[in-house]
Design a protein around this ligand. Structure first.
Ligand code: PGA
Length: 252
């Protein structure tokens, strides 16, 4: 099997002032300094990106943003572009998180524009997909993911997606303490990989990282990472405390 470097990512959502973010980043740098062969990313709020980038500089922790606008600049009050994220020290950007889809009405078409903008800016897009509780109960998970992937990546070519990360996050598992059973998550990840193969070919399907999100914690990380198609995790609540997040990063 192709070896994919695991990605352990922390989404800080709308938490932490600049000073709190800098403090947490400093502690985390210290706690994970011995880690090798794992990619680590944290995504603070926009205002904390630049100060946190100074702390992460020269360490193995990458900086990510939680959103991006698809234009480079212009009259788009409240938005931030890829070139601005790069200038603040970002390497990754989270796109289409379920909270953005749910509370800010982001469509698959916007997700598509944002992924293109990220690729153009040389940022690694982390495209979030996932079904709601109702869709899950109605057994529509795979058809929902199918649509989100096809529309989100419409018009793309496999070489432009070489760095793409897909984060499968069942909405019913986010912040709820409920996690998909690892075997259940594996089944979905396997489905996503086969769909990528069908759409973009075998090479991308083998190398693409498909990470899992939704109530990931130190207690369930090893079981999730033992699944062949789970290549990492996107962590919300448990990434806010550096000691807890470092235990996830350091899973055995
Ligand atoms: P959670 O959030 O770990 O708090 O469930 C995950 C996410 O929203 O990315």
């Amino acid at each position: 099997m192709e070896k994919r470097t695991p990605l352990i990512a922390g989404n800080w959502k709308m938490h932490k002032t600049c000073a709190e973010a800098v403090d947490a980043a400093k502690t985390l740098v210290h706690l994970v300094s011995a880690v090798t062969e794992r990619d680590i990313m944290i995504a603070p709020v926009f205002t904390a990106l630049y100060p946190v980038s100074a702390i992460l500089d020269g360490t193995q922790i990458h900086l990510g943003a939680q959103n991006i606008h698809w234009e480079d600049e212009g009259a788009f009050t409240g938005e931030v572009s890829g070139k601005m994220l790069i200038s603040a020290g970002c390497r990754y950007v989270i796109i289409g998180h379920s909270e953005r889809r749910q509370f800010f009405h982001e469509s698959d078409q916007w997700v598509n524009l944002k992924i293109r903008a990220a690729v153009k800016s040389n940022l690694i897009p982390v495209m979030c997909i996932g079904e709601t509780e109702t869709e899950y109960e109605q057994k529509n998970t795979l058809s929902v993911l199918d649509k989100q992937i096809k529309k989100g990546l419409e018009g793309s070519f496999s070489d432009s997606l070489a760095n793409l990360v897909i984060a499968y996050e069942p909405v019913w598992a986010i912040g709820t303490g409920k996690t998909a059973k690892s075997a259940q998550a594996q089944e979905v990840h396997h489905y996503i990989r086969s769909l990528i193969e069908k759409l973009f070919g075998n090479v991308l399907a083998k190398s693409i990282r498909i990470i899992y999100g939704g109530s990931v914690k130190p207690e369930n990380i090893s079981e999730l990472m033992n699944q062949p198609d789970i290549d990492g995790v996107l962590v919300g609540g448990a990434s806010l405390i550096p000691e807890t997040f470092s235990r996830i990063v350091l899973y055995q």
